[in-house]
Design a protein around this ligand. Structure first.
Ligand code: NAD
Length: 484
Protein backbone atom coordinates (compact mmCIF):
# COMPACT_ATOMS: atom_id res chain seq x y z
CA UNK A 1 0.00 0.00 0.00
CA UNK A 2 1.28 3.46 -0.91
CA UNK A 3 1.47 6.05 1.82
CA UNK A 4 2.49 9.68 1.49
CA UNK A 5 5.93 10.51 2.88
CA UNK A 6 5.80 13.45 5.26
CA UNK A 7 8.75 15.85 5.58
CA UNK A 8 7.82 17.25 8.96
CA UNK A 9 9.44 20.48 10.07
CA UNK A 10 9.26 22.93 12.93
CA UNK A 11 7.27 26.12 12.42
CA UNK A 12 9.15 29.06 13.88
CA UNK A 13 8.30 32.71 13.37
CA UNK A 14 6.11 31.93 10.37
CA UNK A 15 8.68 29.70 8.61
CA UNK A 16 8.78 25.93 8.18
CA UNK A 17 12.32 25.03 9.20
CA UNK A 18 14.45 21.98 9.78
CA UNK A 19 17.63 22.37 11.75
CA UNK A 20 19.25 19.30 10.19
CA UNK A 21 18.79 16.61 12.79
CA UNK A 22 15.83 14.32 12.09
CA UNK A 23 14.12 11.16 13.33
CA UNK A 24 11.71 8.73 11.70
CA UNK A 25 7.94 8.80 11.90
CA UNK A 26 6.43 5.29 11.85
CA UNK A 27 2.87 4.37 10.88
CA UNK A 28 1.47 2.52 13.94
CA UNK A 29 -0.62 0.17 11.77
CA UNK A 30 2.36 -1.24 9.83
CA UNK A 31 5.49 0.23 11.41
CA UNK A 32 6.55 1.48 7.98
CA UNK A 33 8.53 4.73 7.94
CA UNK A 34 6.16 7.38 6.61
CA UNK A 35 8.01 10.52 7.52
CA UNK A 36 11.13 12.32 8.53
CA UNK A 37 10.77 14.67 11.49
CA UNK A 38 12.97 17.61 12.42
CA UNK A 39 14.37 17.22 15.93
CA UNK A 40 14.64 20.48 17.84
CA UNK A 41 17.83 21.32 19.68
CA UNK A 42 18.34 24.08 22.22
CA UNK A 43 18.82 26.82 19.63
CA UNK A 44 15.55 25.99 17.83
CA UNK A 45 13.67 25.90 21.12
CA UNK A 46 15.16 29.28 21.98
CA UNK A 47 14.36 30.74 18.57
CA UNK A 48 10.74 29.59 18.88
CA UNK A 49 10.41 31.13 22.34
CA UNK A 50 12.05 34.38 21.21
CA UNK A 51 9.71 34.56 18.21
CA UNK A 52 6.73 34.06 20.51
CA UNK A 53 8.04 36.68 22.92
CA UNK A 54 8.45 39.21 20.15
CA UNK A 55 5.02 38.44 18.63
CA UNK A 56 3.43 38.84 22.06
CA UNK A 57 4.19 42.57 21.88
CA UNK A 58 1.53 42.95 19.18
CA UNK A 59 -0.77 39.89 19.56
CA UNK A 60 -1.03 40.47 23.30
CA UNK A 61 -2.09 44.08 22.75
CA UNK A 62 -4.71 43.36 20.12
CA UNK A 63 -8.25 43.25 21.38
CA UNK A 64 -10.03 39.90 21.56
CA UNK A 65 -12.33 41.28 18.89
CA UNK A 66 -9.39 41.85 16.54
CA UNK A 67 -8.02 38.38 17.19
CA UNK A 68 -11.36 36.67 16.71
CA UNK A 69 -11.68 36.79 12.86
CA UNK A 70 -8.13 35.46 12.49
CA UNK A 71 -8.90 32.55 14.81
CA UNK A 72 -12.21 31.92 13.09
CA UNK A 73 -10.35 31.62 9.77
CA UNK A 74 -8.01 29.16 11.52
CA UNK A 75 -11.00 27.10 12.72
CA UNK A 76 -12.57 27.22 9.26
CA UNK A 77 -9.26 26.08 7.78
CA UNK A 78 -9.40 23.03 10.03
CA UNK A 79 -12.88 22.25 8.70
CA UNK A 80 -11.76 22.82 5.11
CA UNK A 81 -8.98 20.26 5.62
CA UNK A 82 -11.26 17.79 7.39
CA UNK A 83 -10.54 14.76 5.17
CA UNK A 84 -6.79 15.36 5.14
CA UNK A 85 -6.63 15.91 8.91
CA UNK A 86 -8.67 12.76 9.53
CA UNK A 87 -6.12 10.72 7.55
CA UNK A 88 -3.25 12.49 9.30
CA UNK A 89 -4.66 11.54 12.72
CA UNK A 90 -4.78 7.95 11.57
CA UNK A 91 -1.17 8.12 10.36
CA UNK A 92 -0.16 9.78 13.61
CA UNK A 93 -2.15 7.74 16.12
CA UNK A 94 -3.13 4.45 14.45
CA UNK A 95 -6.80 5.07 15.22
CA UNK A 96 -9.43 4.04 12.64
CA UNK A 97 -10.45 6.68 10.13
CA UNK A 98 -14.09 5.80 10.85
CA UNK A 99 -13.66 7.11 14.41
CA UNK A 100 -11.87 10.31 13.33
CA UNK A 101 -14.73 11.15 11.04
CA UNK A 102 -17.16 11.16 13.92
CA UNK A 103 -15.33 12.81 16.77
CA UNK A 104 -12.09 14.57 16.81
CA UNK A 105 -11.56 16.88 13.84
CA UNK A 106 -14.71 18.94 14.22
CA UNK A 107 -13.89 19.31 17.90
CA UNK A 108 -10.46 20.69 16.95
CA UNK A 109 -12.11 23.47 14.94
CA UNK A 110 -14.64 24.09 17.71
CA UNK A 111 -11.88 24.40 20.32
CA UNK A 112 -10.36 27.32 18.42
CA UNK A 113 -13.54 29.23 17.67
CA UNK A 114 -15.15 28.61 21.05
CA UNK A 115 -12.35 30.40 22.90
CA UNK A 116 -12.01 33.12 20.25
CA UNK A 117 -15.68 33.93 20.96
CA UNK A 118 -15.43 33.43 24.72
CA UNK A 119 -12.60 35.96 24.96
CA UNK A 120 -14.74 38.57 23.20
CA UNK A 121 -17.80 38.00 25.32
CA UNK A 122 -16.19 38.15 28.69
CA UNK A 123 -16.33 41.32 30.81
CA UNK A 124 -14.65 41.94 34.15
CA UNK A 125 -15.52 42.92 37.68
CA UNK A 126 -15.71 46.32 39.35
CA UNK A 127 -15.78 47.03 43.12
CA UNK A 128 -17.05 50.55 43.91
CA UNK A 129 -15.88 51.74 47.36
CA UNK A 130 -17.73 53.81 49.96
CA UNK A 131 -15.43 56.76 49.32
CA UNK A 132 -16.35 56.84 45.63
CA UNK A 133 -13.19 55.17 44.42
CA UNK A 134 -13.64 52.36 41.93
CA UNK A 135 -11.61 49.20 41.75
CA UNK A 136 -11.83 47.42 38.45
CA UNK A 137 -10.17 44.25 37.26
CA UNK A 138 -8.31 43.87 34.00
CA UNK A 139 -7.58 40.47 32.55
CA UNK A 140 -4.50 40.52 30.40
CA UNK A 141 -2.60 37.83 28.53
CA UNK A 142 0.35 36.35 30.39
CA UNK A 143 3.02 35.88 27.72
CA UNK A 144 4.63 32.90 26.03
CA UNK A 145 2.76 29.65 26.64
CA UNK A 146 4.47 26.27 26.28
CA UNK A 147 1.91 23.68 25.23
CA UNK A 148 3.05 20.08 25.58
CA UNK A 149 0.76 17.35 24.35
CA UNK A 150 0.59 13.54 24.26
CA UNK A 151 0.06 11.16 21.36
CA UNK A 152 -3.37 9.71 22.02
CA UNK A 153 -5.71 12.42 20.68
CA UNK A 154 -3.29 14.98 19.29
CA UNK A 155 -5.42 17.39 17.24
CA UNK A 156 -8.12 17.62 19.89
CA UNK A 157 -5.67 18.14 22.74
CA UNK A 158 -3.43 20.56 20.86
CA UNK A 159 -6.35 22.81 19.91
CA UNK A 160 -7.85 22.47 23.40
CA UNK A 161 -4.78 24.39 24.57
CA UNK A 162 -4.18 26.53 21.49
CA UNK A 163 -7.73 27.93 21.44
CA UNK A 164 -7.68 29.58 24.88
CA UNK A 165 -3.96 30.42 24.77
CA UNK A 166 -4.34 32.40 21.54
CA UNK A 167 -7.89 33.60 22.17
CA UNK A 168 -6.85 35.32 25.40
CA UNK A 169 -3.83 36.91 23.71
CA UNK A 170 -0.87 34.73 24.62
CA UNK A 171 1.62 33.47 22.07
CA UNK A 172 2.50 29.82 21.83
CA UNK A 173 5.22 27.26 21.38
CA UNK A 174 3.62 23.85 20.92
CA UNK A 175 5.56 20.62 21.28
CA UNK A 176 3.56 17.63 20.10
CA UNK A 177 4.47 14.10 21.11
CA UNK A 178 7.33 12.63 19.12
CA UNK A 179 5.20 9.82 17.67
CA UNK A 180 2.45 12.18 16.46
CA UNK A 181 4.22 15.08 14.77
CA UNK A 182 2.22 15.35 11.54
CA UNK A 183 -1.00 16.91 12.86
CA UNK A 184 0.74 19.81 14.64
CA UNK A 185 2.79 20.55 11.52
CA UNK A 186 -0.42 20.57 9.45
CA UNK A 187 -2.13 22.81 12.03
CA UNK A 188 0.74 25.26 11.62
CA UNK A 189 0.18 25.29 7.84
CA UNK A 190 -3.52 25.93 8.35
CA UNK A 191 -2.84 28.72 10.87
CA UNK A 192 -0.29 30.24 8.49
CA UNK A 193 -2.81 30.25 5.62
CA UNK A 194 -5.44 31.72 7.93
CA UNK A 195 -3.20 34.72 8.62
CA UNK A 196 -2.12 33.97 12.20
CA UNK A 197 0.84 36.40 12.38
CA UNK A 198 4.40 35.00 12.43
CA UNK A 199 5.62 34.10 15.90
CA UNK A 200 2.15 33.91 17.44
CA UNK A 201 1.97 30.13 17.04
CA UNK A 202 5.19 28.13 16.80
CA UNK A 203 5.70 24.38 16.68
CA UNK A 204 8.84 22.55 17.67
CA UNK A 205 9.19 18.84 17.02
CA UNK A 206 11.18 16.49 19.19
CA UNK A 207 11.41 14.39 22.30
CA UNK A 208 10.63 15.01 25.95
CA UNK A 209 13.20 14.36 28.70
CA UNK A 210 16.60 16.06 28.21
CA UNK A 211 15.32 17.24 24.86
CA UNK A 212 12.90 19.69 23.20
CA UNK A 213 10.11 19.25 25.79
CA UNK A 214 12.37 19.70 28.81
CA UNK A 215 14.27 22.58 27.17
CA UNK A 216 11.00 24.34 26.47
CA UNK A 217 9.70 24.00 30.02
CA UNK A 218 13.04 25.20 31.40
CA UNK A 219 13.11 28.31 29.25
CA UNK A 220 13.05 31.46 31.42
CA UNK A 221 10.84 33.34 28.93
CA UNK A 222 8.07 30.75 29.12
CA UNK A 223 5.40 32.09 31.46
CA UNK A 224 2.77 29.34 31.27
CA UNK A 225 3.00 25.61 30.81
CA UNK A 226 -0.09 23.65 29.84
CA UNK A 227 0.81 19.97 29.82
CA UNK A 228 -1.18 16.85 29.09
CA UNK A 229 0.52 13.52 29.55
CA UNK A 230 1.67 11.05 32.13
CA UNK A 231 1.67 11.87 35.84
CA UNK A 232 5.38 11.10 36.12
CA UNK A 233 6.15 13.64 33.37
CA UNK A 234 3.96 16.19 35.14
CA UNK A 235 6.07 15.74 38.27
CA UNK A 236 9.27 16.35 36.28
CA UNK A 237 7.82 19.51 34.73
CA UNK A 238 6.63 20.75 38.10
CA UNK A 239 10.18 20.50 39.45
CA UNK A 240 11.42 22.53 36.49
CA UNK A 241 8.70 25.14 36.86
CA UNK A 242 9.77 25.74 40.45
CA UNK A 243 12.90 27.40 39.02
CA UNK A 244 11.21 29.61 36.45
CA UNK A 245 7.96 30.20 38.39
CA UNK A 246 5.97 29.51 35.21
CA UNK A 247 2.36 28.80 36.04
CA UNK A 248 1.23 25.28 35.26
CA UNK A 249 -1.92 23.45 34.28
CA UNK A 250 -1.66 19.66 34.16
CA UNK A 251 -4.05 17.10 32.70
CA UNK A 252 -2.54 13.76 33.65
CA UNK A 253 -3.32 10.07 33.77
CA UNK A 254 -6.53 8.34 34.78
CA UNK A 255 -7.93 5.01 35.87
CA UNK A 256 -11.64 5.70 35.67
CA UNK A 257 -14.33 3.44 37.10
CA UNK A 258 -17.43 2.56 35.09
CA UNK A 259 -19.98 1.64 37.76
CA UNK A 260 -23.03 -0.30 36.61
CA UNK A 261 -25.92 -0.79 39.05
CA UNK A 262 -28.47 -3.57 38.76
CA UNK A 263 -31.30 -1.11 38.01
CA UNK A 264 -29.66 -0.07 34.76
CA UNK A 265 -31.01 -0.27 31.22
CA UNK A 266 -28.72 -3.14 30.17
CA UNK A 267 -28.76 -2.41 26.42
CA UNK A 268 -27.74 1.17 27.01
CA UNK A 269 -25.12 0.26 29.61
CA UNK A 270 -23.48 -2.08 27.11
CA UNK A 271 -23.41 0.60 24.41
CA UNK A 272 -21.95 3.20 26.77
CA UNK A 273 -19.40 0.70 28.09
CA UNK A 274 -18.23 -0.24 24.59
CA UNK A 275 -17.22 3.37 24.08
CA UNK A 276 -15.88 4.06 27.56
CA UNK A 277 -13.73 0.93 27.37
CA UNK A 278 -12.32 0.83 23.87
CA UNK A 279 -12.72 4.15 22.09
CA UNK A 280 -9.38 5.11 20.54
CA UNK A 281 -8.01 1.60 21.33
CA UNK A 282 -8.56 2.39 25.01
CA UNK A 283 -5.78 4.99 24.76
CA UNK A 284 -7.93 7.59 26.49
CA UNK A 285 -7.12 9.20 29.84
CA UNK A 286 -10.88 9.30 30.49
CA UNK A 287 -11.45 5.62 29.77
CA UNK A 288 -13.71 3.72 32.16
CA UNK A 289 -11.10 1.01 32.29
CA UNK A 290 -12.33 -0.54 35.57
CA UNK A 291 -15.84 -1.86 35.07
CA UNK A 292 -17.62 -2.44 38.38
CA UNK A 293 -20.89 -4.34 38.06
CA UNK A 294 -23.44 -4.96 40.81
CA UNK A 295 -23.35 -8.63 41.69
CA UNK A 296 -26.93 -9.55 40.66
CA UNK A 297 -26.29 -8.68 36.99
CA UNK A 298 -22.54 -9.37 36.86
CA UNK A 299 -22.65 -12.63 34.89
CA UNK A 300 -25.24 -11.44 32.43
CA UNK A 301 -23.42 -8.15 31.86
CA UNK A 302 -20.07 -9.84 31.39
CA UNK A 303 -21.43 -12.26 28.83
CA UNK A 304 -23.38 -9.69 26.85
CA UNK A 305 -20.61 -7.09 27.01
CA UNK A 306 -18.03 -9.60 25.78
CA UNK A 307 -20.28 -10.59 22.86
CA UNK A 308 -20.99 -6.96 21.98
CA UNK A 309 -17.26 -6.15 22.12
CA UNK A 310 -16.42 -8.98 19.73
CA UNK A 311 -19.22 -7.95 17.38
CA UNK A 312 -18.34 -4.24 17.42
CA UNK A 313 -14.56 -3.98 17.53
CA UNK A 314 -12.90 -5.26 14.37
CA UNK A 315 -9.16 -4.67 14.06
CA UNK A 316 -7.69 -4.11 10.61
CA UNK A 317 -6.53 -1.48 8.14
CA UNK A 318 -7.34 1.77 9.97
CA UNK A 319 -7.99 3.54 6.67
CA UNK A 320 -10.78 1.07 5.86
CA UNK A 321 -14.04 2.63 7.02
CA UNK A 322 -15.25 -0.78 8.28
CA UNK A 323 -12.38 -1.04 10.76
CA UNK A 324 -13.37 -0.15 14.31
CA UNK A 325 -10.21 -1.02 16.28
CA UNK A 326 -6.92 0.58 15.33
CA UNK A 327 -3.29 -0.02 16.25
CA UNK A 328 -1.67 1.09 19.48
CA UNK A 329 0.55 4.08 19.01
CA UNK A 330 3.96 2.41 19.13
CA UNK A 331 5.59 -0.97 19.46
CA UNK A 332 7.07 0.12 22.77
CA UNK A 333 3.62 1.00 24.09
CA UNK A 334 2.10 -2.27 22.81
CA UNK A 335 4.78 -4.19 24.70
CA UNK A 336 4.09 -2.16 27.83
CA UNK A 337 0.38 -3.02 27.60
CA UNK A 338 1.28 -6.67 27.04
CA UNK A 339 3.27 -6.66 30.26
CA UNK A 340 0.02 -5.73 32.02
CA UNK A 341 -1.63 -8.71 30.33
CA UNK A 342 0.98 -10.97 31.95
CA UNK A 343 0.00 -9.49 35.32
CA UNK A 344 -3.68 -9.97 34.44
CA UNK A 345 -3.07 -13.64 33.67
CA UNK A 346 -1.25 -14.11 36.96
CA UNK A 347 -3.65 -12.11 39.17
CA UNK A 348 -6.93 -12.96 37.41
CA UNK A 349 -8.48 -14.41 34.25
CA UNK A 350 -8.39 -13.09 30.72
CA UNK A 351 -11.88 -13.93 29.45
CA UNK A 352 -11.65 -12.08 26.16
CA UNK A 353 -8.69 -11.14 23.95
CA UNK A 354 -5.28 -10.89 25.56
CA UNK A 355 -3.50 -11.52 22.27
CA UNK A 356 -2.57 -9.85 19.00
CA UNK A 357 -5.01 -10.32 16.12
CA UNK A 358 -4.03 -12.34 13.09
CA UNK A 359 -3.99 -9.70 10.36
CA UNK A 360 -2.76 -9.90 6.76
CA UNK A 361 0.44 -8.10 5.69
CA UNK A 362 1.39 -5.34 6.13
CA UNK A 363 -0.82 -5.02 9.23
CA UNK A 364 0.75 -8.12 10.76
CA UNK A 365 3.68 -5.79 11.55
CA UNK A 366 1.45 -3.19 13.20
CA UNK A 367 0.86 -2.63 16.90
CA UNK A 368 -2.53 -4.30 17.14
CA UNK A 369 -3.99 -5.87 20.23
CA UNK A 370 -7.38 -7.52 20.59
CA UNK A 371 -9.94 -5.98 22.95
CA UNK A 372 -9.35 -7.59 26.31
CA UNK A 373 -11.40 -8.21 29.45
CA UNK A 374 -9.69 -9.26 32.69
CA UNK A 375 -11.84 -10.65 35.50
CA UNK A 376 -11.14 -11.87 39.02
CA UNK A 377 -8.13 -9.64 39.65
CA UNK A 378 -8.20 -8.15 43.17
CA UNK A 379 -8.57 -4.41 43.54
CA UNK A 380 -4.93 -4.20 44.66
CA UNK A 381 -3.53 -5.88 41.53
CA UNK A 382 -1.54 -3.55 39.25
CA UNK A 383 -4.08 -4.15 36.47
CA UNK A 384 -6.73 -2.55 38.70
CA UNK A 385 -4.52 0.22 40.09
CA UNK A 386 -2.30 1.46 37.26
CA UNK A 387 -3.16 3.10 33.98
CA UNK A 388 -2.83 0.49 31.21
CA UNK A 389 -3.83 2.84 28.36
CA UNK A 390 -4.84 0.18 25.86
CA UNK A 391 -7.90 -1.87 24.83
CA UNK A 392 -7.93 -3.62 28.18
CA UNK A 393 -10.54 -3.42 30.92
CA UNK A 394 -10.88 -5.14 34.24
CA UNK A 395 -14.28 -6.21 35.51
CA UNK A 396 -15.29 -6.96 39.08
CA UNK A 397 -18.54 -7.35 41.04
CA UNK A 398 -19.67 -5.19 43.97
CA UNK A 399 -22.56 -5.49 46.41
CA UNK A 400 -23.75 -2.00 47.25
CA UNK A 401 -23.18 1.72 46.70
CA UNK A 402 -20.64 2.04 49.49
CA UNK A 403 -18.49 -0.74 48.11
CA UNK A 404 -18.67 0.63 44.57
CA UNK A 405 -17.60 4.09 45.77
CA UNK A 406 -14.80 2.64 47.86
CA UNK A 407 -13.36 0.64 44.95
CA UNK A 408 -13.79 3.55 42.53
CA UNK A 409 -11.83 5.87 44.84
CA UNK A 410 -9.15 3.41 45.86
CA UNK A 411 -6.61 4.45 43.20
CA UNK A 412 -4.14 7.31 43.01
CA UNK A 413 -5.98 8.88 40.05
CA UNK A 414 -9.13 11.01 40.03
CA UNK A 415 -9.83 12.09 36.49
CA UNK A 416 -13.22 10.74 35.45
CA UNK A 417 -15.87 8.11 36.15
CA UNK A 418 -19.04 6.74 34.60
CA UNK A 419 -22.07 5.93 36.76
CA UNK A 420 -24.84 3.91 35.14
CA UNK A 421 -28.14 3.53 36.97
CA UNK A 422 -31.87 3.97 36.43
CA UNK A 423 -32.25 5.72 39.79
CA UNK A 424 -31.71 9.49 39.84
CA UNK A 425 -31.19 9.66 43.60
CA UNK A 426 -28.49 7.02 43.38
CA UNK A 427 -26.85 8.86 40.49
CA UNK A 428 -26.71 12.04 42.58
CA UNK A 429 -25.46 10.26 45.73
CA UNK A 430 -22.75 8.24 44.03
CA UNK A 431 -21.53 11.03 41.72
CA UNK A 432 -21.04 13.36 44.66
CA UNK A 433 -18.81 10.85 46.47
CA UNK A 434 -16.52 9.84 43.63
CA UNK A 435 -13.07 11.41 43.50
CA UNK A 436 -13.09 12.55 39.89
CA UNK A 437 -12.98 15.81 37.99
CA UNK A 438 -15.74 14.58 35.67
CA UNK A 439 -18.53 12.07 36.30
CA UNK A 440 -20.75 11.00 33.43
CA UNK A 441 -24.13 9.53 34.34
CA UNK A 442 -25.51 7.06 31.78
CA UNK A 443 -23.21 8.29 29.02
CA UNK A 444 -19.58 8.89 28.21
CA UNK A 445 -17.29 11.52 26.62
CA UNK A 446 -19.99 14.16 26.22
CA UNK A 447 -18.16 17.46 26.42
CA UNK A 448 -19.33 21.02 26.94
CA UNK A 449 -16.38 23.39 26.64
CA UNK A 450 -17.78 25.72 29.30
CA UNK A 451 -17.37 23.25 32.15
CA UNK A 452 -14.26 22.75 34.31
CA UNK A 453 -12.16 19.91 32.94
CA UNK A 454 -9.29 18.35 34.85
CA UNK A 455 -8.40 15.82 37.47
CA UNK A 456 -8.20 15.33 41.22
CA UNK A 457 -5.36 13.55 43.05
CA UNK A 458 -2.60 12.38 40.68
CA UNK A 459 -4.71 13.22 37.62
CA UNK A 460 -3.82 16.85 37.41
CA UNK A 461 -3.42 20.36 38.68
CA UNK A 462 -6.02 22.99 37.83
CA UNK A 463 -8.96 23.02 35.48
CA UNK A 464 -9.38 24.21 31.92
CA UNK A 465 -12.56 24.99 29.98
CA UNK A 466 -14.68 28.16 29.78
CA UNK A 467 -13.71 30.73 32.37
CA UNK A 468 -11.36 28.22 34.06
CA UNK A 469 -9.23 28.46 30.92
CA UNK A 470 -9.51 32.21 31.09
CA UNK A 471 -8.21 32.14 34.65
CA UNK A 472 -5.20 30.11 33.62
CA UNK A 473 -4.39 31.96 30.42
CA UNK A 474 -4.82 35.50 31.77
CA UNK A 475 -3.21 37.64 34.41
CA UNK A 476 -5.53 39.72 36.61
CA UNK A 477 -4.80 43.30 37.48
CA UNK A 478 -6.69 45.47 39.93
CA UNK A 479 -6.81 49.15 39.02
CA UNK A 480 -7.94 51.43 41.85
CA UNK A 481 -9.33 54.67 40.45
CA UNK A 482 -9.62 57.77 42.61
CA UNK A 483 -12.73 59.85 42.12
CA UNK A 484 -10.98 63.22 42.41
P1 NAD B 1 4.11 11.59 28.20
O1 NAD B 1 4.02 12.26 29.52
O2 NAD B 1 5.12 10.55 28.01
O3 NAD B 1 4.39 12.66 27.06
C1 NAD B 1 3.55 13.76 26.85
C2 NAD B 1 4.36 14.87 26.21
O4 NAD B 1 5.34 15.32 27.13
C3 NAD B 1 5.11 14.46 24.95
O5 NAD B 1 5.06 15.54 24.04
C4 NAD B 1 6.52 14.24 25.47
O6 NAD B 1 7.51 14.39 24.48
C5 NAD B 1 6.62 15.31 26.52
N1 NAD B 1 7.60 15.06 27.59
C6 NAD B 1 7.99 13.86 28.09
N2 NAD B 1 8.88 14.06 29.10
C7 NAD B 1 9.04 15.40 29.23
C8 NAD B 1 9.82 16.23 30.10
N3 NAD B 1 10.61 15.72 31.03
N4 NAD B 1 9.73 17.56 29.95
C9 NAD B 1 8.90 18.11 29.04
N5 NAD B 1 8.15 17.39 28.17
C10 NAD B 1 8.22 16.05 28.27
O7 NAD B 1 2.64 11.08 27.88
P2 NAD B 1 2.19 10.19 26.64
O8 NAD B 1 2.69 8.81 26.83
O9 NAD B 1 2.51 10.92 25.37
O10 NAD B 1 0.60 10.23 26.80
C11 NAD B 1 -0.14 9.33 27.53
C12 NAD B 1 -0.52 9.92 28.88
O11 NAD B 1 -1.27 11.13 28.69
C13 NAD B 1 -1.43 9.02 29.68
O12 NAD B 1 -0.99 8.97 31.01
C14 NAD B 1 -2.78 9.71 29.60
O13 NAD B 1 -3.65 9.42 30.66
C15 NAD B 1 -2.38 11.13 29.58
N6 NAD B 1 -3.48 11.95 29.04
C16 NAD B 1 -4.17 12.74 29.91
C17 NAD B 1 -5.24 13.52 29.44
C18 NAD B 1 -6.04 14.39 30.37
O14 NAD B 1 -6.81 15.22 29.88
N7 NAD B 1 -5.92 14.25 31.67
C19 NAD B 1 -5.56 13.50 28.08
C20 NAD B 1 -4.83 12.67 27.24
C21 NAD B 1 -3.77 11.91 27.74
Amino acid sequence: MEHPFFEITHYINGAFVNGGRTFEKLYPATNEVIGSVAEAQADEVDRAVQAAKEAFKTWGRMSAKERRPILHRFAQGIRDHFAELARIETYDVGRPLSENSIHYIERAAHNIEFFADFAVMHGSEAYPMDNGYINYVLRQPVGVAALITPWNIPLLLETWKLGPALGFGNTVVLKPAETTPIGAWKLAQIADEAGVPPGVFNVIQGFGPDSAGALLTQHPDVKLISFTGETVTGKAILRTASDTMARVSFELGGKGANIIFDDVDMERAIKVSLRSSFLNQGEVCLAGSRILVQRGIYNEFLERFADATTAHYRPGDPMDMNTTLGALNSREHLERVERFLEIGRKDGNIVLGGDRPDLPAPFDKGNFLNTTIITEANADSDVCKLEIFGPVVTMMPFDDEDEAIHIANDVEYGLSAVVQTGNVGRAVRVSSQIDAGTVWVNDYFVRDLRVPFGGMKASGIGREGGHYSMEFYTEMKNVCLANQ
